[in-house]
Write a protein that binds this ligand. Structure first.
Ligand code: GDP
Length: 196
């Protein structure tokens, strides 16, 4: 996988501190606890590249990982934690909304959703922010191992139907960090995005 050589690069908490937009990057976004860190770790075949099971809502920073050759994986702060204070929520909206809408070196977004609870209001907000850019979004429906084949297939079909209607530049697949379902498929697509 192209992510195998990923190494921590930098942490950013303000838009002005973003690295120069010289390379190509892919952003990972998702509701807290959806399985974003686990997905990144599965793609990177590493134990703890991103920290799994952090206190939800606390990690408000953008974390950059370098994949070599000016290619970056960008881990956005998880969202949707119920008890987040309004000023933290405003900071998140400014930072993430601003990043997604203005970042010229951003190729596309990977949106992580728990296959059992897809398309929450903030997931839809992320899609809406990004839709105006015309850039691709790839949805990973994580924790597919938690559902039967039939249930997972139904969830995939429902999300696909929603995306086809509203976000034709989106693709979607099932994913599990537990069984590795979909890891190779995702790695292949993201490698193509990065030109690797
Ligand atoms: P994040 O907050 O989105 O980064 O989510 P984490 O990756 O920290 O995962 C949250 C919880 O879900 C942890 O307890 C993980 O072990 C669990 N988890 C993540 N991915 C999977 C998966 O594919 N299958 C199962 N069964 N559990 C998962």
């Amino acid at each position: 996988s192209v992510f195998q050589r990923a190494a921590f690069y930098t942490t950013v908490n303000r838009l002005v501190d973003l690295p120069a937009p010289d390379g190509v990057e892919i952003a990972f976004a998702g509701r807290s606890n959806a399985g974003k860190s686990s997905a990144i770790n599965s793609l990177a075949h590493r134990g703890r590249l991103a920290f799994v099971s952090k206190t939800p809502g606390r990690t408000q920073h953008i974390n950059y990982y370098q994949l070599g050759n000016s290619r970056f994986l960008v881990d956005l702060p998880g969202y949707g934690y119920a008890r987040v204070p309004p000023e933290v929520r405003r900071h998140w909206e400014h930072l993430i909304g601003g990043y997604l809408q203005t970042r010229t070196s951003l190729y596309g977004m990977v949106l992580i959703m728990d296959v059992r609870h897809p398309l929450t209001p903030l997931d839809r907000q992320m899609l809406a922010w990004f839709a105006s850019t015309g850039k691709p979004v790839h949805v990973l429906l994580t924790k597919s191992d938690k559902l039967t084949r039939q249930q997972a297939g139904r969830a995939l079909k429902d999300v696909l139907a929603f995306l086809r209607e509203s976000y034709p530049q989106c693709t979607v697949q099932l994913f599990s960090s537990m069984t590795s379902e979909g890891v190779e498929e995702a790695a292949a697509l993201l490698g193509a995005w990065l030109g690797l």
